[in-house]
Write a protein of this length. Structure first.
Length: 254
């Protein structure tokens, strides 16, 4: 399949899951907790992933699938879909309109869909990053050249001990940046960095499905996107920033 065909599959799956989630938004309750009492999953997560996996099985039957809520599926094509059916689960359950569907065909095509605003962020490996079909380069404001002018998004894990370490890191960034934002959905953070609604993002302790789509969208929007190596007790992470700011941010968070 061509990159554009893969993008079409991702778009159909994201919009289908997004419509299902939007119907439940504001009424869904916690179904269960996972790694900690604050790491929750809802029936909406599970229903959305079932819908996405059904479309992938029909339209890309030979591809592997890795999703947040289901078992990994092996493939024979060499392609792998990385799916977060509902990124920002806690926000969703609280009725906060900061959540998204994140679907990537790893390295080839990616969408982050925000059903509340009906905003589809998308990119292919050889095409521009777009918002509802418009190239982000054409609508994004000029990027900051100094970290002190950068609005930096980040997030925190569910484990209290990890949060102590992450608090130390953010205490270094806060005095150096314009300000910090903690939205609660990595996929949306990355999509908004690509769109210029945020200037940069870093986070450790995320999962591949949180960031796979947003990383490609940010890279195709011309941002520096890199993985942060594990350091001490802190796991790997992601940093996305304008090239002029990436080095200064990396020094503070690595
Ligand atoms: C969320 C991430 C967010 C992180 C949260 C949580 P989920 O994913 O998108 O960046 O800070 O702790 O992991 O669990 O809502 O799919």
């Amino acid at each position: 399949m061509s990159h554009d065909e893969l993008l079409d599959v991702a778009t159909e799956a994201a919009r289908t899951a997004g419509a299902l989630l939007l119907e439940r938004f504001g009424t869904e309750r916690v179904l269960a907790t996972k790694s900690t009492p604050t790491d929750v999953v809802s029936e909406a997560d599970l229903a959305a992933e079932r819908a996405i996996r059904g479309i992938l099985a029909r339209r890309a039957p030979d591809d592997a699938v890795m999703g947040e809520e289901g078992e990994d599926v092996a493939g024979t094509s060499g392609r792998r879909w990385v799916v977060d059916p509902l990124d920002g689960t806690v926000n969703f359950l609280y009725g906060l309109p900061l959540w998204a569907v994140s679907i990537a065909c790893e390295g080839l095509a990616a969408v982050v869909y925000d059903p509340v605003r009906d905003e589809l962020f998308a990119a292919t490996a050889d095409g521009p990053a777009t918002l509802n079909g418009t190239a982000l380069e054409a609508i994004r404001p000029p990027a900051p050249t100094e970290l002190s002018q950068a609005l930096v998004a980040t997030g925190f894990g569910y484990d209290p001990a990890r949060r102590v370490l992450q608090a130390e890191v953010v205490s270094r960034v806060l005095p150096q940046a314009r300000d910090i934002r903690r939205g609660g959905a990595a996929a949306l953070d990355l999509a908004w960095v690509a769109a210029g609604r945020l200037d940069a993002y870093y986070e450790r302790g995320i999962n591949p499905w949180d960031v796979a789509a947003g990383e490609l969208i940010c890279a195709r929007a011309g941002l520096t996107v890199e993985r942060l190596d594990p350091v001490g007790e802190l796991p790997w992470g992601v940093l996305a920033a304008p090239p002029a700011v990436a080095g200064a941010l990396r020094e503070l968070v690595r």
